[in-house]
Write a protein that binds this ligand. Structure first.
Ligand code: SF4
Ligand code: SF4
Ligand code: SF4
Length: 154
């Protein structure tokens, strides 16, 4: 199965990230929300990743500020490029017309930019989404998945 876990915010493109990250674990230690774990197993073991369905990134940007190797760059939130969220309208309560759910919109740290409400009702994710994973975490229908930035690199 594809590893859909996210790199922390500010991560440089995956190839450069794997080259730069010295697996020091400082990002794990500094995160006040315990979002980051070190990958285990045989593939890129010891590198940091975030599971949005367990603990999405809150975009406090502490990890990117302290990374000693610039594997995570100290960038503003809008440039944290973790990935992008995809909403499946066929699963969303609001798009299906069952109930008016605004969980993803209300909890998005970039509400009004990364998520808009079409006609004031229907959530739509825009290209300003940074892929923190919070909307995926809070969606009661699991209608959202966050695609890691490395899958979007050309
Ligand atoms: S702080 Fe930077 S170098 Fe250290 S594990 Fe995290 S990403 Fe890698
Ligand atoms: S930005 Fe903050 S919440 Fe997100 S992974 Fe880094 S330290 Fe944790
Ligand atoms: S749309 Fe979702 S993944 Fe994108 S910034 Fe908002 S909460 Fe984070």
């Amino acid at each position: 199965m594809l590893n859909r876990l996210l790199r922390p915010p500010g991560a440089v493109p995956e190839k450069a990230f794997l080259h730069r990250c010295i697996q020091c674990g400082q990002c794990v230690q500094v995160c006040p929300f315990d979002c980051i774990t070190m990958r285990t197993g045989w593939f890129h073991s010891g590198t940091p990743e975030i599971d949005p369905r367990v603990s999405p990134c809150k975009l406090c940007m502490r990890c990117s500020a302290i990374c000693p190797s610039d594997a995570l760059e100290d960038v503003p939130i809008e440039k944290s490029r973790m990935g992008t969220a995809k909403l499946n309208k066929d699963e969303c309560h609001t798009w299906m017309g069952f109930i008016l759910c605004r969980s993803c919109f209300e909890r998005c740290p970039l509400k009004g930019k990364a998520i808009l409400l079409d006609k004031g009702i229907y959530p739509v994710i825009t290209d300003q989404c940074v892929g923190c994973g919070i909307c995926e975490y809070v969606c009661p229908k699991k209608a959202i998945v966050t695609i890691p930035a490395r899958f979007l690199e050309t």
